[in-house]
Design a binder for this molecule. Structure first.
Ligand code: 1PR
Length: 551
């Protein structure tokens, strides 16, 4: 029933629009791009995604003279779907870019989540929505009723409608006790959502389908929904995320493989000493998506040596993965060094990131260069000068697109010994019975120790504009003994951006433990998933049993 449906995409060049194209293709839409104001009026269906910040996006719409046509289309009620910033721009204006007016189709404004909420900002992750009456069984799109639907959100600003336009609000979401607009639907044909349906797994695709073609979407949606994981218990609110991590590098014969180390050593012991090969990146990413991973992270672990964008195979991995994996993808490795494109042209960190986003990544992760940036930040007396990769990528693509990966080694301090950086009571007693430790940052995949503590690094990169921290621990990597709880707690308590705990997961109970003991937003694991010791469903089930919100 779905052959040859047409969708016109208004892509103004910001962020990862490839995933939306892929989602539309999956739903059997022919996707074309809007090239002129006239296209905007004549298209049977217009999809308006948005990534980036409000001001520059609106300016671009005005420069291309799209704005008045867009408004006309909306007023005429022609089929339209706005996503994320594509919803926010329908409102009158945003605090994000003071003074820049939105399209004003819906009365209301877009405001930042206040820091006083006591929850991490950006709001990143899978949150539940309610309908306009507060009901939890929600008609998320024509003909599609879902109990406690949960979608992927990623934003620092949220829309609030004026009373006169309250009736246009279709879905609401709550974060830190603040309610905001999750979807508007002035008519069945004109809809816009704050969340990313193209990043919200099977439910997201089903919702997208039903919103875009109410006539047959709902029937297809039921089919897509039946593939979802059966739930023992329904929870509401922002879910704690479970992330599968793929450390990727070329093996000795030059093929890109997923590898996995012990304390960052990825070579087999014994004579061969070859790079441990645990599978193919695209296949594993899809498997973990199907098992219910909330995100997939690719770390190009030798990226610091090679130039990431010359690394065509890594881009292919992203492109191929994003065809079938409809949850957020992060890619890291080599960002912030000297980038070169395939033809040898030198690229800035922003350009390198842009290549990754265009290939299907939602976030980039910065390791070694974040340490350099933080050291410079302290040398300058804690000043931001706008010249680091973190600041530059964050400025153009938003903080939510910039993850900083920390690779610390635990250092013990003997009784009475003064440590150079913030200390804590160690999760594991040291070799000489030490109970106090600190965590020393490293670069180049743990090879070089740096004069900086993990807590100090976290504070600096938050100030520089990172949106999230991926917190590894070299000592625990591949050990199966559980996360370094003291490290996660100390870093999380030092910043207000979300923290992803990483390194050491050996059982579903370790996930529950780190979520109970710390305020981290997500937990990442590699080895247990690769070796098939624990399935992602088992982790989710253990979390559910413990009453933790999960997807
Ligand atoms: O410095 O910007 O080029 O980024 C390089 C990236 O590659 C960094 O994010 C760094 O963490 C990563 N990396 C470098 N060398 C290694 C290595 O293993 N030799 N992998 C490496 C880091 C750590 C985690 C791992 C968890 C969970 N991998 O990602 O997946 O520790 O493992 P577990 O569940 O098996 O314990 P740049």
């Amino acid at each position: 029933a779905n052959a040859n449906k047409q969708a016109l995409l208004l892509d103004y060049g910001a962020g990862n629009v490839r995933s939306l194209r892929n989602a539309l293709k999956k739903l059997k839409y022919d996707v074309t791009d809007a090239n002129s104001p006239a296209d905007i009026l004549s298209a049977p269906l217009l999809v308006f995604p948005g990534v980036g910040s409000f001001g520059p996006a609106i300016e671009l719409l005005k420069k291309k003279e799209y704005a008045p046509y867009l408004l006309e289309r909306l007023q005429e009620g022609k089929p339209f779907l706005g996503i994320c910033l594509g919803m926010q721009m329908l409102f009158e204006g945003s605090e994000e870019s003071g003074g820049v007016e939105g399209l004003g189709f819906i009365k209301g404004t877009v405001r930042r989540f206040p820091d006083s909420l006591g929850v991490p900002v950006p709001h990143i992750g899978w949150n539940t929505v309610r309908d306009a009456n507060g009901a939890e069984v929600v008609n998320v799109a024509p003909g599609l009723d879902v109990p406690t639907p949960r979608y992927y959100f990623v934003h620092s600003y949220r829309a609030v409608a004026e009373p006169e336009n309250q009736s246009d609000v279709a879905l609401t979401c709550s974060y830190g006790n603040t309610e905001f607009v999750a979807a508007v639907a002035p008519t069945d044909d004109v809809r816009a959502v704050q969340f990313h349906p193209e990043k919200s797994g099977a439910l997201g695709l089903a919702t997208l389908n039903a919103m875009l073609s109410p006539a047959d979407g709902a029937a297809d949606a039921q089919e897509i929904l039946s593939s979802m994981r059966p739930r023992a218990k329904m929870t509401s609110g922002l879910a704690k995320r479970v992330i599968a991590c793929l450390d990727v590098r070329a093996n000795d014969s030059g093929d890109l493989v997923v590898t996995k180390g012990d304390a960052y050593d990825v070579r087999e012991s014994g004579e061969s000493g070859g790079v441990r090969n645990v599978g193919k990146p695209v296949e594993l990413a899809q498997r973990y998506y199907e098992q219910g991973a909330d995100e997939v992270t690719f770390l190009n672990i030798t990226g610091f040596r090679e130039c990431p964008t010359e690394d065509q195979p890594m881009l292919e991995v992203l492109e191929k993965s994003s065809e079938n994996v409809f949850v957020p993808l992060t890619v890291g490795g080599g960002i912030g060094g000297v980038g070169k494109s395939t033809d040898g042209t030198v690229l800035s960190p922003v350009e390198v990131a842009a290549v990754y986003f265009r290939s299907g990544a939602d976030k980039v992760s910065i390791g070694s260069d974040a340490v350099r940036a933080a050291l410079a930040y302290y040398e300058r007396g804690e000043r931001c000068e706008g010249d680091t990769s973190i600041e530059q990528i964050s400025e153009v693509y938003g903080a939510q697109a910039v993850v900083v990966s920390i690779d610390p080694r635990r250092q013990y301090a003997a009784d009475g010994e003064e440590a150079p950086f913030a200390t804590a009571e160690a999760s594991r007693v040291g070799p000489n019975g030490e109970t106090t430790c600190w965590w020393q940052c490293t670069t180049e995949g743990g090879r070089k120790l740096q004069p900086l503590g993990a807590v100090e690094l976290a504070r600096a990169v938050e100030a520089l504009g990172a949106g999230e921290i991926l917190l590894n621990c070299i000592d625990e990597d591949g050990q199966n003994n559980g996360y370094d709880l003291a490290l996660v707690k100390q870093v999380k308590d030092a910043v207000s951006i979300p923290v992803i705990a990483s390194s050491g997961a050996g059982s579903p109970g370790h996930f529950v433990e780190v979520f109970e003991a710390t305020n981290c937003s997500a937990a990442l694991a590699a080895g247990i998933f690769h070796r098939g010791e624990v399935a992602i469903e088992e982790v989710k089930a253990a979390m559910e049993n413990d009453g933790l919100a999960t997807r």
